[in-house]
Design a protein around this ligand. Structure first.
Ligand code: NAD
Ligand code: TYD
Length: 354
């Protein structure tokens, strides 16, 4: 077991960060967890209701693009481990307005790297800066093959280009300054607490409300889906067992076309609500494609499996059923995140595609 650590988690009020804290804060009362989040549209403290009163959990509202505020929070809490989730994360929004992606994903990561470098100095023993990244940095695959840790970076969207840049900064701070870093690149996550702008929650909620199910292009793009807590466990495993300076790919071996995903969700929503599956499937609606839309993502996760002993627990079927049930049951969470700002986004994104 590790000694008591001060763990600074950025973006802990977002989808993956909140799932991570809900899982790890109760499991590790010996560690202090400090959630650093600016609470953008994607950050929601309601997602942390389970842990907000825990003695080993603290929240700091800090924007990572503000270097002085980042340095101050590092000085105050003096973290041993930094787990960096905070980012602008939605590809469609990055096409609509890339600037904030450059600021948060690149400049924000730079501020955190500098704060860690100055805090730790030469005292790097036991310290870890864990950078949470995406498989989208590798670009698009054809029909065959998988992304490995050696695949060359070839990002397509402003989102993935900004994440790729942040990965490069993290590696450079390791090679140049000796910062003790680890990087994970994960495939598409799904599960509870995902903001209803991404494919899975959009489809579940639209099917439940009998709204059209907007499928970009021909719906043949492939994603490799991983249940969110499997991703969280993988990150923790890499923090505990991964090597400094290494990169690990994380994936679920669940490659599906978008149509296959939407069909599966219609069937599950029908089963869970007693609706007719045919009625829901008839809501499928093909809309204008995303510019620069990557065709296929698929992860070779053999390095993390071999070196750290991680494997996913959920299958596509078990994870999707849990997810559908969660969205059907958690109506107040959904109502609260669908604020006026949310309605504006839905109009901007989908009216352009009709
Ligand atoms: P999300 O959009 O749901 O949450 C992002 C969180 O970061 C929010 O709480 C938000 O308030 C916070 N944040 C944004 N800008 C900030 C700023 N300037 N300062 C402080 N906090 C800020 O994202 P997510 O889906 O939970 O993704 C988390 C991380 O995992 C991201 O780095 C993303 O690139 C990576 N990732 C996501 C997926 C996926 O499928 N969602 C897959 C692989 C990797
Ligand atoms: P998304 O959830 O935005 O994740 P990413 O772009 O990071 O992979 O989209 C997943 C896939 O679903 C992607 O191929 C785009 C597609 N998609 C739709 O067809 N319709 C939608 O309304 C959304 C949000 C996504």
């Amino acid at each position: 077991m590790n000694p008591a650590m001060r763990v600074l988690v950025t973006g802990g009020a977002g989808f993956i960060g909140a799932n991570f804290l809900n899982l790890l804060v109760p499991r590790h009362p010996e560690h202090e967890f400090i959630n650093v989040d600016s609470l953008t549209y994607a950050g929601n403290l309601e997602s942390l209701a389970k842990v907000q009163d825990s003695a080993n959990y603290h929240f700091e509202r800090v924007d990572i693009t503000d270097a002085d505020a980042v340095n101050a929070v590092f000085e105050k809490h003096r973290p041993d481990w930094v787990i960096h989730f905070a980012a602008e994360s939605h590809v469609d929004r990055s096409i609509e307005g890339p600037k904030q992606f450059i600021r948060t994903n690149i400049e924000g990561t730079f501020n955190l790297l500098e704060a860690a470098r100055h805090l730790w100095g030469e005292n790097r023993e036991g310290k870890v800066f864990h950078h949470v990244s995406t498989d989208e940095v590798y670009g698009s695959l054809g029909a065959e093959g998988f992304f490995t840790e050696e695949t060359a970076y070839d990002p397509s969207s402003p989102y993935s280009a900004a994440k790729a840049s942040s990965d490069h900064l993290v590696r450079a701070w390791h090679r140049t300054f000796g910062l003790p870093v680890k990087i994970t690149n994960c495939s598409n996550n799904y599960g509870p607490l995902q903001f209803p702008e991404k494919l899975i929650p959009v489809m579940i909620l639209n099917a439940q409300e009998r709204k059209k199910l907007p499928i970009y292009g021909e719906g043949l793009n492939v994603r490799d889906w991983l249940y969110v807590t499997d991703h969280c466990e993988a990150i923790w495993t890499v923090i505990e067992k991964g090597k400094i300076g290494e990169t690990y790919n994380i994936g679920g071996h669940n490659e599906k076309t978008n149509i296959e995903v939407v069909d599966a969700l219609c069937t599950l929503v029908a089963e869970e609500t007693g609706a007719s599956a045919d009625e829901l499937l008839a809501l499928k609606h093909f809309v204008k494609d995303r510019p620069g839309h990557d065709m296929r993502y698929a992860i070779d996760a053999s390095k993390i499996e071999r070196d750290c002993g991680w494997t996913p627990k959920e299958t596509f079927e078990t994870g999707m059923r849990k997810t559908v049930k969660w969205y059907l049951e958690n109506t107040s969470w959904i109502e609260n995140v669908r604020s006026g700002e949310y309605q504006k986004w839905i109009e901007t994104n989908y009216s352009d595609r009709q």
